[in-house]
Design a protein around this ligand. Structure first.
Ligand SMILES: *Cc1c(COP(=O)(O)O)cnc(C)c1O
Length: 397
């Protein structure tokens, strides 16, 4: 006989009715909604490239380069095959390679340090500012040696790194500044577009970036006409004239089809960024309403900068438990980045210890990216925040 305090077994359907084991999931990023809003223009642009049967460089790429240069207020923009190659080609164009060192952050996508290493130069890491996740300028000078040639600040998640002190240090030590703006197209620093402030700026058109193409694509900007000329050579086998090779280059062109798609999307970029920022503000209001703003750390934007929210990243205690709980609630999240680059096997040869960059380590244990995209609804944002609140106010945490 069952003990009196035991409740009778519920059938599976009863349990489902009371507490669904998996609710309908909202998307982490809704690119289908974006496509639906520009479908006709995209298909027309793609069709016209097919009609021309001109798939390599050409007018579409040239026009996109001009339009982006004008959007960023830079003299030169050069399309290439990816954001990773944008970084790699920039370094090659500045003749950085074996025997050189390049300073960057360990809290970034692998491509930043990977591009440095691919040239034969040595990546030298500097810890981050915990409030912005970006390289901490006051730590840079201690990392400079007589081999240092450049600094690559990353504008992580869509927020500009603190460029003024970085440019000042770079000028004093005669170093190039290459901005990794892969996540930050449209963000500003003291009124200027990021990726147009250093000697070179690198962009990615990977589909999940704020300006995404239909595959891989990238672009480099530069303020220096000679560097621009070298970049154009490097992306096309070092060749200006057919079958004449001035320098050793590679094949890293931006495809005509991608340029055509990007030219349809570029005019929407500002309004999409504006909507992302509105959603970020609404998240903030909701978190403050629940009292969670004291437990969590929300994105903070220093004066003089704008954030384009490629990611909306909070810091959360017991992050991995929270993430698992949200998953059962149908709320997708992501972790950028679960381990900093200095602890990755690919960079073990650099000889860093786990504790070398404590702030990057801490960020990798606490950071959690919530859904953010222009088409995100207020109801879905409320659902995200309510679930996070449930986690911390119940004994689930
Ligand atoms: C996406 C990204 C890159 C690389 O861009 P790809 O186009 O994917 O090669 C480089 N740096 C950062 C910070 C990125 O987020």
């Amino acid at each position: 006989m069952a003990a009196p305090h035991q409740v009778p077994d519920m059938s599976v359907s009863d349990r489902t009715r009371i507490r669904p084991s998996k609710k309908t999931s909202l998307p982490f990023l809704d690119l289908k909604a974006q496509f639906a809003s520009i479908r006709e223009d995209v298909l027309k642009a793609v069709e016209s490239v097919f009609e021309s049967q001109q798939f390599i460089l050409g007018k579409e790429v040239q026009l996109l380069e001009q339009e982006i240069a004008s959007f960023l207020s830079v003299p030169e923009a050069i399309g290439c095959a990816s954001g990773s190659d944008a970084l790699y080609l920039s370094l090659l164009a500045l003749h950085i390679g074996r025997g050189n060192e390049v300073i960057t952050t360990p809290f970034t996508f692998v491509a930043t340090a990977g591009a440095i290493a691919r040239t034969g130069a040595k990546p030298v890491f500097v810890d981050i500012d915990p409030a912005t996740y970006n390289i901490e300028p006051s730590l840079i000078e201690a990392a400079i040696t007589d081999k240092t040639r450049a600094i690559i600040p990353v504008h992580l998640f869509g927020l500009a790194a603190d460029l003024d002190p970085i440019l000042e240090i770079a000028n004093r030590h005669n170093l190039a500044v290459i901005e990794d703006a892969a996540q930050a197209i449209g963000a500003t620093y003291r009124g200027r577009q990021v990726g147009g402030i250093g000697l070179c700026g690198c962009f990615s058109f990977f589909p999940s970036k704020n300006l995404g193409c239909a595959g891989d694509g990238g672009l480099v900007t530069t303020t220096d006409a000679k560097v621009a000329d070298e970049l154009r050579l490097l992306r096309a086998h070092g060749s200006r004239k057919k079958y004449h090779y001035e320098i050793l280059g590679t094949n890293s062109r931006l495809d005509t089809l991608h340029a055509a798609v990007l030219r349809v999307k570029l005019p929407h970029l500002q309004s999409w960024a504006h909507r992302r920022a509105e959603h970020a503000a609404f998240y903030k209001t909701l978190f403050e309403g629940t009292g969670l703003a004291t437990i969590l750390r929300l994105p903070s934007i220093p004066a003089g900068r704008t954030h384009v929210y490629n990611q909306f990243v909070i810091r959360a205690p017991r992050r991995d438990n929270l993430r698992a709980f949200l998953d059962t609630e149908g709320i997708p999240t992501d972790v950028y980045y679960p381990s900093p680059l200095h602890v990755q096997p690919a960079f073990s040869y650099l000889g860093y210890e786990h504790a070398s960059f404590p702030e990057a380590g801490k960020a990798s244990r606490e950071a959690l990216a919530l859904p953010i995209y222009p088409e995100l609804s207020r109801q879905d944002q409320e659902r995200v925040v309510t679930s996070i609140s449930d986690f911390y106010t119940s004994n689930l945490a």
